[in-house]
Design a protein around this ligand. Sequence first.
Ligand code: SF4
Length: 294
Amino acid sequence: MVSDKSIQIRRGLAAVRDHSRQFADFTFVYPVISRRSRGLSLGINLNPDKVCNFDCIYCEVDRTVPGKVSKVDLNQMHDELIAMIRFVRDGGLAKEPKFDELPEFITRNIKDIAFSGDGEPTTIQNFAECAQTVAEVKALERLDRTKIVLITDAAGLDRPEVKRGLEIIDAHNGEVWGKLDAGTESFFKEVNRTSVSFDRILNNLRDTARTRAIVIQSLFLKLRDRVMPREELEVYCQRLADIVGGGGKIKEVHAYTIARPTSEEFATGLGAGELESIAETIRTRTGLKVLSFD
Ligand code: SF4
């Protein structure tokens, strides 16, 4: 088991339940307490315009309201990140509502800086430049142990611009968290609702994992009160095995479920026992390390 005590962050805490990507007057940078990051994560919102090439049935982003900003201002993102890091270090965040419910060893320790936000980070045209900016700030602020994480639906991992960005991230304690929610093309289309082909996602995950060990993040849910069918889960496990069989390295699998309200009422979260049962099946079938976050 993971010994890091910050993983014991309880789901019920307000700072864990609230993953708002808006903090004070910041536009691109926001703090969240993330159980999957095992502590404090500084999010970088590269998609304040809410652009995404998926339309997941469990997405929490409200796209009925347009985004406030359509373009990432790199200088502003740079300045906001420095300001947020110093705010955390000086203990300012620890005094903020919701964050003040947590011990300071959590709210003063930046586990990662994560490209995430209101859409898919790899859709941005100058991804490498964004990665370089974050890497420079991380070095300047001497956050040697802090990771840079790319949280992605994997659709853009084959873009040359993104590959350049990944090389920068790799050189600065980077990690890729790639989404895989399905085993078959039809289930993938039902859950992730995209025109991107499932083959492209699978190939991108495998190819990215050939160069560095990746984390697979998989959301399991109930569709109209039904958990993922057994056959679908078996094919999903085979997809993971195919990534490994194709020369890819999977560091761990994060199995999680819906924790906050979504736009589709027919998509609901699993109970802790249901999720753990799926996680155990994945462990048994693949031999991979699987962490479940109910
Ligand atoms: S990939 Fe992420 S941002 Fe895009 S629709 Fe799915 S959950 Fe929402």
